[in-house]
Structure formats: structure tokens, C-alpha cells
Ligand binder design. Sequence first.
Ligand code: ADP
Ligand code: MG
Length: 471
Amino acid sequence: MTNEELWKAVLGQMELSISRANFITWFKNTSIVSNQDGIITIGVPNGFAKEWLENKYNLYILRALKGINGDIQTIRCVIAPEKFTSSLPTVDSLKNIDAIKSPETTGFVRKKLIEKPFFTESGPSTPLFHETNLNNRYTFENFIVAENNDLARAACYAVSQNLGMAYNPLFIYGGVGLGKTHLLQSIGNEVVKNSPEKRIKYINSERFTTELVDSIKNQKIDKFKEYYQQMDLLIIDDIQFLSGREKTQNEFFHIFNSLYQLNKQIVISSDRPPKAIPTLEERLRSRFEGGMITDISRPNFETRVAILESKIAEKSFIIDTPAIRFIAENITQNIRELEGALNRVIAFCEFHKISPTLENTGKILSQLIENNKKTLQVDDIFRVITEFYNITKEDIIKKGRKKEISHPRQVMMYILRTELQTPFSTIGDIFGGRDHTTALHAFEKINKNKDSHPRLKEELNVLKERLYYPV
Ligand code: ADP
Ligand code: MG
């Protein structure tokens, strides 16, 4: 396995286990620059990425690497100058882990390499980027239609055939990893295919907000609005993140109105229906409700099997039917996890040259399935927090007020509250009999600061990912 293939396999796993926004922010333009004596050196584009990969994703990357090659012991990052990184096969140009060639000896064969760019979004530093942000990996053709998503799919398809005329705005909601982004992107790709002259923009609401804030800072707000107002199709993913952002909502409202009046198509997704998005301005809510709203729910067993089969065929890979059914029986919550499990089985079998039988599949996925079954416990939160901040459980329980300790403690109190709905008095008890008001203040402080401090928000995202998607 070359370094390039190894890194592709790791990226394949990371992409599926962390949010897309984090994945793009931290893993774009990274590559393995050397692999010697169990030490992997990762080239990264800047100091910020180096800090995050080394301090926050280190264990995760190492685990993913070890899962493929047990000899790997350490990772380190180097800032690879632009000239150097661009001469390397950057992830932009890499194909997905399907590109790993399978040895004939493993009993399964790959027929073709499939182009799947990892990134289609610009890096965080790009100010106003004039691109569609479409990823050609998401199409209607490779979207499996079943009872959990058939209405949403039909609405998206209708919109793609008749921009601005079928349903406007179209609002799709559903839980994490159920295919919202896939459908939204499919609309864009379908329009590009049929009417390449149309102006299309796909963007998630967090990126939209960042662009907006940048354009205000750089006094380019008029340009920003003008740019968005000339779209024929504007797709905003994960609109729930606009919750509580008044200024962004206000600007979005104006952009929305001018597009709407011109019969330009707007498509929106969210993890919940408009009514359930807190602090969404009433006028926006009623605009959303004025169009078509449809949901995607969880796939049933047969659909999960069908999705696995289609992904396996896409990768030209062969897996025994009992093994496929095993994955579908055990990974039930979302399709992203389902794909992650499948990718893990494929990468592991290819690397170790073993066949994906039921028995091997069970072994490879045993830890993942264990983790999936467990509900979150206080100790899981302790483990993730202490690992992340590199402190001990004793440190965090003790009375110390140093910021290195008090910050993680406040974050943990916040997470206990948001994720386990732990009463403040119980949180006080968990932290060595502190008063409930201490827990309440900690919660309020983090809750308030997270919106104005992007670093804190990022921290919370990563922590949650680690709680729910242990690699
Ligand atoms: P969401 O945006 O709802 O969190 P995504 O669209 O990112 O979810 O879907 C997660 C993964 O599952 C993607 O790789 C996507 O291609 C895949 N997926 C989701 N639904 C389907 C489906 N019905 N058919 C094929 N692949 C799907
Ligand atoms: Mg999504």
C-alpha cells in the first residue's frame, strides 16, 4: 500500500466519522509525506491545521492508521510549503479509498476506479469564492429510493427539472446522515448536467455566515448580496445553524426575497422542521412554510441492505450476503455510519488480504458495534474531555481555578447538561459536591460564548463527535 493509498483510506474513515465542515477545514490539502519506522509524517497546509491535527485529532488519526497497519506507532505533522504540497498528490486529486487495488488473492476484485473528489468546498480562508461547491459524487442515480425518502427524493427531482416552478422554497429535513446533503447536491448536479449555463450555489449555513461576516469586515457586503442574488439555484444546507444569528438571518431574508420574487429556486435543509428551529425569525419561518416541506426518516432493514449493496457495487467489491446482512442489522442509525462500517471492512480486508466473510466482518466491526450499543455515560464524557484537554479526572474534579482546568470543567458541565440533561444539582455532585449554581453558571457561560467564539464552537463540535463517533 502506498502512502497515498494509506492516507486515502484514513481520510475515507475520517470523512465518515466527523462532520463534513470539520473534515474539510482540517483535512483539506493534507497528505502523508513520509512513513518510516512506524512514524507517519503528515504534511499540512498551515500552523492552525498542524495544531488541530496534532492536538485534537492525533489519537483519531492514529487509531485509523493502526486499524489498517498495526505497525504504525506515532504521527507528527509538518507544515508543507505550498509548492511542496501542491506537487504532492493532494487529497483534492485523490480518488476515494476505492482506488486501492485489491490483490487477486483476496478473492474479490475491483473492476474500475471511480473518481470521487474528497473536497469540493473552498478552504476556510477563501473570502468570496465563486464556485458551485458541488460534489459530483452525489447524484440521483446513486441515491437509493425507499419509503423513508421517496417523497423528499421526488420533490428534489421535480425541482431539478423545473427550477423555481415546482416547489419554492423546497425544505428537506431529517436526522444526521440520512441523505439530505446527498439529495441537495443531486439537484445541483442534475441542473449542471441539463443546463450548464445556470448559476448554482451550494453552501452550508455556517459557511454562509462566515462569508457574510467576512464581507461585512471587508466592507464587501454589497458584493456579497449581489453575488447571491444572481443565483438561479441557491441551496443552503443545515439551515438550523442560523438559529440565533440575527444579522445573518436578516441578510438571508433579503437575499431569499429577491430570489423568490424573480422565481429563482431556493432549496434548504435542516435537521428539524422550521417550527422546531429555535430563534428562527418568524418571517423566515413563514417563508419556509410557504413552500414545500418534506422529511427523510431512518431507513428500515431492507433499505439498509439495498444501500450497502449499491455502495458495494459502486466500489466493484464483493462481500458475502450474510456479512452484508450483518452490517445492516447492526448499524441502524444512519447511512453515514453504515457506509463507514462498510469502508472499514473493505480497507481492513484489502490490507490484510483476507476475505470479507461473516466471521471477519463481525470481528472487524465488533468495537464499532459495541460503541453503538452503549448509551452515553458520564464516564464516557470524562474520558473524552480528559483525553482532549490532556488532563486527569482528578484535576478536573479538584477545586483548582487555573484556566487550563476550569475551562475543561465548564465545558464538561455544559456537555453533561446538553447531552444527558443532567440536573444542575447532580452535575454539582459529580464535581465533588459543588453547588448547583456553579454548574448553572458554567452552562450559561459556555452556552453564551459558543456563538461568539468560533474556536469554542469548534471544540464543542469535536467533543461531540468523539462522544458519538468514537473511531
Ligand atoms: P445528511 O446530510 O442528512 O447528514 P448525507 O447526505 O451526508 O446525510 O448522507 C450520508 C451518507 O450516506 C452520504 O455518503 C450519502 O451518499 C449516503 N446516503 C444517504 N442516503 C442515501 C441513499 N438513499 N442512497 C445512497 N446513499 C445514501
Ligand atoms: Mg448534510
